[in-house]
Design a protein around this ligand. Structure first.
Ligand code: DWN
Length: 407
């Protein structure tokens, strides 16, 4: 029987999304035959409430010198990260002389550049070489490493302890959270804070946004599971702040036990999660049924449009779309291409389903009748940008929170 990655209790998958490829493993036709697959099966731990996937591919298969995702591709995310950095600076760092801030998984430096611009001591730790180089090129101090206790010790030796350790959409990717927590204990000053944000389990369950579950996301956090996982390593959850990013995220602030007074928001959220059953098997049985309904409804729409000969495209070759396409059985017969602005994805094919990924300019030049909004988490920005498509009669197919055709 598999064991919980946090507390070692026996866990069992509550569903399987089937065989899945690497979510960001965009590929060329000559690579189709050797594509890697694993079983994507999530479980909820009845003891510590952590939602996790049972099998996760080797990190080297997911994060490498050709990692396809650059944080800076969304205009709104740039603003969000600037606000995140400013909040940390104003509410925490401003009270210290010569503060030092470290970020885990700093990607292309989208957040740390704010500190760099203010001449605040900073260091990014980013395991994917191509994005780490992009950060260095824009003047953001970055080392290309996976964070661990050893790396934390080296940083302390070179730079001293940190006042804040930040992570955005990173912590839920790290299977060995114990190592991160121990590293954070070593790295942070006695009153230092660990602040991270990730897609929130309450939103995933509430909106049936099952596409947040894929190889890279080994965990989907709740306040309950974060308090338990970090509580085992001398941390206390002292604040929670909901975020609208990535379809509903939560920002968690942790401090060394006893160093700071937890806010009321923590107790309120934990009570709400307990009431909603975020730690109970029945909740996830209902979630499984909702996923199946969503899949069947989306396929009914796409099969119908295929029969009618409508031209259908996808918008945003997201990691999330890999789960949707492979779980639902979407093929190049349903969707002729996926439009994406990321140069490294363009000209390649989507993982598993092998739908061509084409430059955004092709979407503009030849509007499809219907477009599946895979990047639904950027809907506000995209709807603003694509007013002409809608005005020209183009229709959006949504699947979160419900499958529908936006007229
Ligand atoms: O945690 C993770 C999140 C933060 O980012 C990672 N594991 C990987 C990645 O997940 P994702 O690929 O699902 O993220 P996004 O931000 O939903 O990806 C958006 C994709 O859509 C990008 O490939 C860029 C593209 N895009 C586009 O073509 N036009 C995005 C926007 C906003 C657009 O207007």
């Amino acid at each position: 029987m598999p064991q919980c990655r946090i507390c070692g209790s026996a866990i069992e998958a509550f569903m399987s999304f089937g065989k899945m490829p690497i979510s960001n493993g965009f590929l060329r036709p000559d690579e189709f035959d050797n594509e890697y697959f694993f079983e994507l099966a999530p479980a909820i731990c009845g003891n510590c409430a952590m939602l996790q996937i049972i099998e996760q591919p080797d990190p080297a298969k997911m994060f490498h010198e050709n990692y396809a995702f650059f944080s800076g591709t969304s205009k709104y995310m740039k603003v969000h990260f600037a606000e995140f950095a400013t909040a940390i600076q104003k509410h925490h760092l401003a009270r210290y002389d010569d503060p030092f801030v470290v970020e885990l998984g700093s990607n292309d430096g989208i957040m740390l550049r704010v500190f760099a611009d203010e001449n605040i001591r900073h260091l990014g730790i980013e395991p994917s070489k191509n994005v780490a180089e992009a950060a260095c090129a824009r003047g953001v101090n970055t080392i290309c490493e996976f964070f661990s206790e050893d790396v934390a010790t080296q940083i302390v030796l070179q730079h001293g302890q940190a006042d804040a350790l930040l992570a955005a959409n990173v912590m839920c990717h790290i299977p060995d959270l114990a190592s991160v927590a121990k590293g954070a204990q070593a790295l942070l000053k006695p009153r230092g804070i660990l602040v991270f944000e990730d897609p929130y389990l309450g939103d995933v369950v509430g909106k049936t946004s099952y596409d947040q579950i894929y190889d890279e996301h080994v965990f989907v956090f709740s306040a309950l599971s974060v308090a338990n996982a970090f509580g085992r390593h001398g941390f206390e959850l002292v604040n929670v702040e909901p975020q609208i990013t990535h379809g509903g995220s939560m920002r968690y602030t942790l401090a060394k036990k006893g160093a700071k007074q937890p806010s009321n928001a923590v107790a309120l959220l934990i009570a709400k999660e307990t009431e909603l059953g975020m730690d109970r098997a029945e909740t996830f049985d209902t979630f499984r049924q909702n996923c199946e309904t969503s899949r069947d409804q989306l396929m009914a729409v796409l099969n119908d449009l295929r029969e009618k000969g409508a031209k259908v495209a996808g918008y945003g070759a997201t990691s999330k779309s890999t789960t949707v396409m492979n779980y639902c059985g979407i093929t190049a017969d349903h969707i002729t291409f996926i439009s994406d602005t990321t140069p490294t994805k363009q000209g390649k094919y989507s993982p598993g389903a092998h739908v061509p990924v084409r430059p955004y300019e092709e979407f503009i030049a030849n509007y499809p009748h219907y477009t599946v909004l895979f990047a639904w988490n950027h809907s506000r920005e995209i709807m603003e940008k694509e007013k002409d498509y809608t005005a020209a009669g183009g229709k959006w197919i949504n699947f979160v929170p419900k499958v529908n055709i936006q007229e």
